[in-house]
Design a protein around this ligand. Structure first.
Ligand SMILES: [Zn+2]
Length: 204
């Protein structure tokens, strides 16, 4: 007799095997997908910082000094989304004050309601103590002139802004800080070294 109705669906063992194969494939593919997503986000961030760098240079050409805070260059930047890093968990809407200074290192949404993810190194009290920047504006030329850090994105290693990050090593810090320098280039440094050990030789 032909085996009518012989196909009864999958047996339990077959189902378990299929589920197992799917689980293994997912485990293999997830890190790859996550990595490519983070790489894409990093690319957007680097592009943001480069365009902000251009805007800062235009501002400096017009006013002969650096801006008092980062989003002061927004009319030169055009798209306000440039100020937000895609990894920033609060999308730039931070309320943080540099605890050692009287100006904002990370302005958040204080000046620009749509938010700013990036810090402004000339306003960072540590950067002034270490002589990277004079108090300003005009802030001077910067300790390493065109290679002096101007802005940074640290959301690629940190989930929270650390306003007191200074001479101590940041516990558990792993990853990269993206740094916009005064000449408009975007470089990166490892998050581990404390700022007082920073020199442009640490750029990658
Ligand atoms: Zn970023």
């Amino acid at each position: 007799m032909p085996a009518r109705g012989r196909f009864q669906g999958f047996s339990l063992v077959e189902l378990l095997v299929i589920i197992g194969i799917i689980a293994v494939l997912t485990a293999i593919l997830m890190p790859v997908l996550m990595n490519s997503r983070r790489a894409a986000q990093r690319t957007v961030c680097i592009s943001n910082l480069r365009q902000i760098g251009l805007a800062v240079r235009m501002y400096r050409d017009d006013y002969q000094e650096l801006p008092p805070y980062l989003s002061a260059v927004r009319v030169y930047a055009g798209d306000l989304r440039l100020f937000v890093c895609p990894i920033d968990p609060l999308e730039g809407k931070h309320q943080v004050r540099d605890t050692l200074g009287d100006s904002f290192r990370l302005e958040g949404d204080f000046y620009l309601p749509s938010g700013v993810s990036y810090t402004y190194v000339p306003n960072w009290a540590i950067a002034r103590l270490l002589g990277w920047w004079q108090a300003g504006p005009p802030y001077g030329e910067g300790k390493w002139s065109e290679l002096t850090p101007l802005s940074e994105c640290h959301w690629h290693w940190a989930r929270q802004f650390n306003p007191t990050w200074q001479t101590d090593r940041i516990s558990g810090a792993r990853g990269w800080v993206l740094i916009l320098t005064l000449n408009g280039a975007v470089r990166r440094v490892r998050a581990e070294p404390p700022p007082d050990e920073f020199t442009p030789e640490r750029y990658y």
